[in-house]
Design a protein around this ligand. Sequence first.
Ligand SMILES: Cc1cc2nc3c(=O)[nH]c(=O)nc-3n(C[C@H](O)[C@H](O)[C@H](O)COP(=O)(O)O)c2cc1C
Length: 180
Amino acid sequence: MTAGHLQIVVCAAGPAPDVTTLINTAHQRSWTTAVTATPHATSFIDIPAIEELTGAPVRSDYRTSPGVRRSLPADALVIAPATYNSINKIALGLADNYAMTTIAELIGRHVPTVIVPFVNTALATRHPYRRAVTSLRDEGVHILLGPDHDWEPHPPGTGNDRRLAFPWTTAFEIAARHAA
Ligand SMILES: Cc1cc2nc3c(=O)[nH]c(=O)nc-3n(C[C@H](O)[C@H](O)[C@H](O)COP(=O)(O)O)c2cc1C
């Protein structure tokens, strides 16, 4: 008996290799997990280690091998770390890769969705990004960003220091709360 199934989408930003923290947190709370990666994120993560941990293939494209089971229906979606690029694309509804298509559909199905940006201050000040955050919040997507969440953009060049503070556990807790 599982508490729920968490779909995780990883984008190509510094904290991506630490997604195992989110997976372990979810498993400790009796959730099952599966990871989808954007095409660029596949080189940031240890795919065999993640597949061993989740028991599910890491998906990054539309191809399916014989015998690969289809994804479980998701009770919640966490997109983390979420890049500037992907956040802008998600807000526009773009579906130009498997991860973006999955996200577009899960948001459309009203699956509780949490986005945790990992974006520096130079990018975060751009109007397209600010519009994207507002638009996604209007659509009911939870964006872990701002003083309420104690999570803010970091100055350019300080990503390595911020990586350790990435709020994996908070992301899971928000997703689980809204899935309940
Ligand atoms: C080593 C490395 C670190 C990066 N870190 C970030 C980051 O922290 N945030 C971000 O928005 N983009 C970052 N980028 C740029 C993204 O990887 C790039 O915009 C890419 O197109 C994003 O693809 P995706 O959104 O499909 O995952 C980084 C790139 C590299 C090579």
